[in-house]
Design a protein around this ligand. Structure first.
Ligand code: SAH
Length: 213
């Protein structure tokens, strides 16, 4: 596992691209500038790690595009020390970004192989999420609720009710909703029963799978 000056140089270029695409949050940009994304991917894709693209990882899944990671992270508007739940740990790259932002990170993955591999890998890199869970993200993680923010990193055909109900008041859920393509949707919990909804453009994710193991 090597991170070289050449990698750091490429990361800086990636950050410049994200700035051009409209990412403003300094902490998010500095997390991306710091995290060795190439180590989260199969070594045969190493040369592509700092392009602004999604890539295949194990178990037919993908590591999200850096722009998408940055866009979703920015939308959380969470502060250091806040509790943030991620659905779809995958490669752990987004998890690492959330850790760099100083959040207390909880993350759920339904693919056993990825769950095990990523848990080990994140700890090797020195990232310490509060809790990595093997299970179904549609249910959220009631034991640790409520959360200041929830981020879903797979395309949800509909908005799972448990995720809305596990948000704290003023908490934010960032979720791509749709089947073949998704609309990035932000829900802000205004009260026990009221949610504000914002739609923020089209994205493409692998599906959030239900009732399968
Ligand atoms: N955040 C990841 C993105 C991975 S792709 C990264 O940065 O690499 C989406 C992930 O969601 C996949 O790993 C997939 O296995 C997982 N997933 C799909 N359905 C899920 C569900 N119901 N619960 C938890 N994880 C799920």
């Amino acid at each position: 596992m090597k991170d070289t000056l050449r990698h750091a140089g490429k990361r800086k270029q990636l950050v410049d691209i994200l700035i051009q695409k409209g990412i403003k949050n300094k902490s998010v940009l500095s997390a991306i500038n710091k995290i060795p994304r190439h180590l989260f991917m199969d070594s045969s894709f190493e040369d592509h790690a700092y392009q602004d693209k999604a890539f295949p990882i194990a178990a037919d899944q993908t590591i999200s595009q850096p722009y998408t990671v940055a866009f979703q992270s920015e939308l959380l508007e969470a502060n250091r020390g806040d509790k943030v739940l991620e659905i779809g740990t995958g490669s752990g790259y987004q998890t690492a970004v959330l850790c760099e932002l100083g959040f207390k990170v909880y993350s759920i993955e339904r693919q056993k192989e990825l769950f095990k591999k990523t848990k080990l890998f994140l700890s090797k890199l020195g990232y310490r999420p509060k809790h990595l869970s093997f299970g179904d993200g549609y249910k959220g993680l009631t034991e640790h609720a409520p959360y200041n923010a929830i981020i879903v990193t797979a395309g949800a055909p509909y908005v799972p009710k448990p995720l809305l109900s596990q948000l704290q008041i003023n908490g934010r859920l960032v979720i791509p909703v749709g089947d073949n393509k998704q609309i990035m949707t932000l829900f802000i919990r205004k009260s026990e029963t009221a949610f504000e909804k914002h739609e923020l453009g089209e994205f493409r994710f692998v599906p959030l799978l239900e009732d399968k193991n």
